[in-house]
Design a protein around this ligand. Structure first.
Ligand SMILES: CC(C)(COP(=O)(O)OP(=O)(O)OC[C@H]1O[C@@H](n2cnc3c(N)ncnc32)[C@H](O)[C@@H]1OP(=O)(O)O)[C@@H](O)C(=O)NCCC(=O)NCCS
Length: 144
């Protein structure tokens, strides 16, 4: 199932359910959501959103001069629908959106449990692990 471009309101409920479980809806609002340059993608199965992800133009902290850099945020696949390639399709779609917008570097702060997922898509880790929202993360990036 190919992802489609959607408004941010479509991605927020699943983003909240997976990444901000037990938190109020405001916790699922990211600063980038108001940036009109952001792209939001969703995969739907039987009319239900099962996987989402977003990307926005932003240089990584370790390379602030890279104005051609984009940050991936809010990658989430519904529990019970994981491991079926939906997240991979979202990630591919986000990379295509960045390429179409003239971007050349993509990065994210990956939960350590998702490192293999990003590595399969050509991302490499950079720097040390850190804890955010009580979860261990590590920055990852790739050139495109
Ligand atoms: C990471 C995530 C978005 C991947 O979505 P997905 O639809 O399962 O992705 P795919 O089916 O394309 O790829 C699955 C791969 O992700 C890995 N993976 C990471 N977390 C996983 C999980 N909780 N369940 C299943 N697979 C997971 C698997 O190892 C698998 O890799 P493999 O095929 O080499 O074994 C999804 O697992 C998820 O929402 N996890 C919880 C939230 C999260 O960690 N988000 C990323 C924040 S940076």
């Amino acid at each position: 199932m190919r992802p489609r471009a959607v408004e941010v309101e479509v991605v927020r409920p699943l983003r909240g359910e997976v990444l901000r479980a037990g938190r109020p809806p405001e916790a699922s609002v990211l600063p980038a959501d108001e940036d009109p340059r952001s792209h939001h993608l969703a995969v739907e199965v039987d009319g239900r959103v099962v996987s989402v992800g977003s990307v926005l133009p932003l240089p990584p902290p370790w390379a602030p001069e890279r104005t051609d850099a984009w940050r991936i945020r809010g990658m989430a696949t519904r529990d019970g629908q994981r491991g079926r390639g939906h997240g991979g399709q979202i990630l591919l779609g986000l990379l295509e959106a960045v390429t179409a917008a003239g971007g050349h570097l993509v990065w994210c702060e990956a939960r350590v449990g998702a490192v293999r997922f990003y590595e399969r898509a050509g991302f490499a880790t950079v720097g040390e692990r850190f804890v955010a929202e009580g979860v261990e993360h590590i920055a990852m990036w790739r050139e495109i």
